[in-house]
Design a protein around this ligand. Structure first.
Ligand code: UT7
Length: 323
């Protein structure tokens, strides 16, 4: 029996023009290409131009996804932007994206779950579409994350980059649990917020603040939380981990990607890794990696894709879908 499901009908991405290498990083802080490569797998990251806003990046990624999906602004009635680096405290970056794309109906709002933001946003949009409240959604992850970095802290500034990725979802009749978006598992644990946070904010300091992270602790929690979220989402589906065609993880650190894939017994040939080129782009990393692998022909229509993420909060989660 068919019912209302969400189908992913297009993906897109955008990277700022400026690419920054590890050697350039070593001119700013005491680090080296060898250390960054060995400990993280990162070789380059992209930096937004002066005046280039998160909404500019998001709108460009979204327009690519819309072109790929064959939809126009009038078709879109829901825009969710996952971001940690909004243009302004308010309005939501999603409303700026709505205006930039020429969308004048439906609703637009942001989701803040840091690096897990795209998984949270995808799950939210899926529920709206399945409920029949909206018909065509843009789910975007976009960041100008380098603007909240402390460029004197080598433990964080070498890790992150800017960029955006987007998907278009459409509510259609289909086989629930078999086609389109299949399932999600999202979690938070506010007791761990001190391990990865920004030391500023509107109601606390009145400043924007900078990223602070206990790297080794976050690393440890990331591998176990991600593995658990993946096991939950797979267990709730009619599939096994072996059925997954592509694993598109949040791109935080190659060692985390490898550790999770090993624990889950996912063959490395099924893992999409863009961390070496993009660094960690927080909420943008999954849709950026997904679009990269679709554009280069690795991920094909109908294949089963698993995504996962873990970020500040802590927040974490996983989603399973067919592209
Ligand atoms: O997306 C949100 C989730 N974020 C993550 O998942 C990040 C998780 N954490 C990590 O990826 C890793 O913990 C890091 C890449 C951040 C750090 O790697 P690590 O292997 O855990 O290194 P560490 O923090 O234990 O530091 C080891 C050493 C220290 O020196 P000493 O104390 O042993 O002398 C650091 O001071 O490496 C030093 N170090 C650096 N050296 C050169 C830290 N950062 C750098 C650097 N360049 N950039």
């Amino acid at each position: 029996m068919t019912q209302l499901i969400s189908r992913m009908i297009g993906t897109g991405s955008y990277l700022p023009a400026r690419k920054m290498t590890n050697d350039e990083m070593s001119e700013i802080v005491e680090t080296s290409d060898a250390w960054i490569t060995e400990r993280t797998g990162i070789k380059t990251r992209y930096i937004a131009a002066e005046g280039e806003l998160t909404s500019d990046i998001a709108a460009k990624a979204a327009q690519h996804a819309m072109d790929r999906a064959g939809v126009i602004a009038d078709d879109i009635d829901l825009i969710i932007v996952a971001t940690t680096t909004p243009d302004k405290t308010f309005p939501a970056t999603a409303t700026s994206v709505q205006a930039k794309l020429g969308v004048d109906r439906g609703a637009a709002f942001d989701i803040q779950a840091v690096c897990s933001g795209f998984v949270f946003a995808l799950s939210t949009a899926d529920n709206f579409l399945k409920a029949g409240q909206f018909t065509t959604a843009l789910v975007i992850g976009a960041e100008t994350f380098t603007r909240i970095l402390d460029w004197t802290d080598r433990g964080t500034c070498v890790l992150f980059g800017d960029g955006g990725g987007a998907v278009v979802l459409r509510a259609e009749q289909g086989e629930a649990g078999q086609e389109g978006l299949i399932g999600h598992h999202i979690r938070s644990d506010g007791r761990k917020s001190d391990m990865l946070h920004v030391d500023g904010g509107v109601s606390s300091t009145g400043t924007v603040g900078h990223v602070r992270m206990n790297g080794p602790q976050v690393f440890k929690h990331a591998v176990s939380n991600i593995t658990s979220a993946v096991r939950h989402v797979v267990a709730a589906s009619s599939y096994e981990v072996e059925d997954i065609d592509w694993f598109v993880p949040h791109q935080a650190n190659q060692r985390i990607l490898d550790g999770v894939a090993k624990k889950l017994k996912i063959d490395e040939t099924k893992v999409v890794s863009t961390v070496s080129q993009h660094g960690n782009t927080s909420a943008a990393s999954i849709p950026l990696a997904l679009d990269t692998a679709i554009r280069d022909g690795r991920i094909n229509s109908g294949q089963l894709v698993l995504i996962e993420a873990m970020g500040g909060g802590f927040t974490w989660g996983a989603s399973l879908f067919r592209v």
